[in-house]
Design a protein around this ligand. Structure first.
Ligand code: NAI
Length: 306
C-alpha cells in the first residue's frame, strides 16, 4: 500500500487551468503552447493594451503554424486555440480557478514578489506557483508567499520557441509539485530538465560565461567576431557563433545578467573570474548597440546568418 501511495504522490496534481501573468514575448508564447495543448488559459497583464499586444503575438504565431499544419483552414485552427484563452487585467480574478500560475512579468524581484504576495492570498490552496525568471533567485521570489505555498513554488524557465524548459526546484519545492510541473510541460510538448536554484540555472550558467569570454577575446585583439563565430560553428558544431548569439539575446540583457552575477559572486555563489566586468560590452550598450533589437550589435541587422 505504501508503494501505491508513493506512486500517487509522485504523480502530482493534474493541471487543467493555467494562468499566465505578463502578456509580453514570453507570456504570450507560454499561453499559446498551453492553449494549443489542451489547457484552459487565462492571460493577465496590467493594461488592456498589453493584453491586446499579447493576443496579437499569439494569433500571428498561430497563423504561421496553421499555414504548415492546416493550410485549408487557417482561421479555424487559430479560432479553436484562441477559444481556450481568456484575458483579464484583474489579477485576483485571473487566479480564481487556476491550478497553475506561470509568471512572466518584468524581471524585477520587487514587482514579482508583490504579485505573488497578492496571489498567495487569493489563489486556491492547491494552486502551484511558477516563475519564468532568467536571472533572479526563485527562492527569494517564493519568500513573498506563506510556507504552505512555498512547497508549491518552483521556477519554470521557458526557451520559446525551443523545446527546453528548466524546472528549478528550491530547497522547499515538493516532489508532487515538481512532478505536476513535469507532466504539464510534457503536455505542452516541451522537454523538461530539473535543476537547483543557482545563478543561470543550466543553460545560461554555461552560455553566459562563454559569450563573455568571447567578447574578452575580441577585446584583447586575439581574433575578430567573424572568425570566432566561424570557428565555433565549424569547429564545435554550434548552430550560431557567440557573437551571433549575443546580438540575438541582446547586449543589454547580457550586461544586465553579468552585473547581477557580480553581486552573486560577492556572496560566493559563482566564481568572480567568470563575471569580471568587460569595458567593451558596457561601451557598446552605452552607444545603443544592443544587437538585433537596435539594428546593430557586433553585426549589422543586414547580417542574416542568425
Ligand atoms: P516583456 O517585457 O516582453 O513582457 C513583460 C510583460 O509583463 C509586459 O506586457 C508588462 O506589461 C507585464 N507586466 C509588468 N508588470 C506586471 C504585473 N505586475 N502584472 C502583470 N503583468 C505585468 O518581457 P519578456 O521578455 O516576455 O520577459 C518576461 C519574463 O520572462 C522575465 O522575467 C524574463 O526574465 C523572463 N524570460 C525572458 C526571456 C527572453 O528571451 N525574453 C527568456 C526566458 C525568460
Amino acid at each position: 500500500a505504501s508503494t501505491a501511495m508513493m506512486g500517487q504522490e509522485a504523480k502530482g496534481p493534474k493541471v487543467e487551468r493555467m494562468t499566465v501573468f505578463g502578456a509580453g514575448l514570453m507570456g504570450a508564447g507560454i499561453a499559446q503552447v498551453g492553449a494549443q495543448n489542451g489547457l484552459k488559459v487565462v492571460l493577465s497583464d496590467v493594461t488592456d493594451k498589453a493584453l491586446e499586444n499579447g493576443l496579437t503575438i499569439i494569433s500571428k504565431s498561430l497563423a504561421r503554424i496553421a499555414k504548415k499544419k492546416q493550410p485549408d483552414d487557417i482561421e479555424g485552427f487559430t479560432k479553436a486555440v484562441m477559444k481556450n484563452i481568456e484575458t483579464t487585467t484583474d489579477a485576483t480574478k485571473a487566479v480564481e480557478n487556476a491550478d497553475l500560475v506561470v509568471e512572466a512579468i518584468i524581471e524585477s524581484l520587487k514587482v514579482k514578489r508583490d504579485l505573488f504576495g497578492l496571489l498567495d492570498k487569493t489563489a486556491k490552496e492547491s494552486c502551484i506557483f511558477a516563475s519564468n525568471t532568467s536571472s533572479l533567485s526563485v527562492k527569494e521570489i517564493a519568500e513573498s508567499c506563506q510556507a504552505a505555498r512555498r512547497e508549491k513554488f518552483a521556477g519554470l524557465h521557458f526557451f520559446n520557441p525551443m523545446k527546453l524548459v528548466e524546472i528549478i526546484r528550491t530547497s522547499e519545492t515538493s516532489e508532487a509539485t515538481f512532478q505536476a510541473l513535469r507532466e504539464v510541460t510534457v503536455q505542452m510538448k516541451k522537454s523538461p530538465v530539473s535543476c537547483k536554484d543557482t545563478p543561470g540555472f543550466i543553460v545560461n550558467r554555461l552560455l553566459v560565461p562563454y559569450m563573455l569570454e568571447a567578447i574578452r577575446m575580441v577585446e584583447r585583439g586575439e581574433a575578430t567576431p567573424e572568425d570566432v563565430d566561424t570557428a565555433m560553428k565549424l569547429g564545435a558544431g554550434y548552430p550560431m557563433g557567440p557573437f551571433e548569439l549575443l546580438d540575438f539575446v541582446g547586449l543589454d540583457t547580457t550586461s544586465y545578467i553579468s552585473q547581477g552575477w557580480a553581486e552573486k559572486a560577492e556572496q560566493g555563489l559563482i566564481s568572480k573570474e567568470l563575471v569580471q566586468p568587460i569595458p567593451m560590452l558596457e561601451e557598446m550598450v552605452k552607444e545603443g548597440r544592443m544587437g538585433r533589437k537596435s539594428g546593430k550589435g557586433f553585426y549589422d541587422v543586414s547580417h542574416d546568418s542568425c
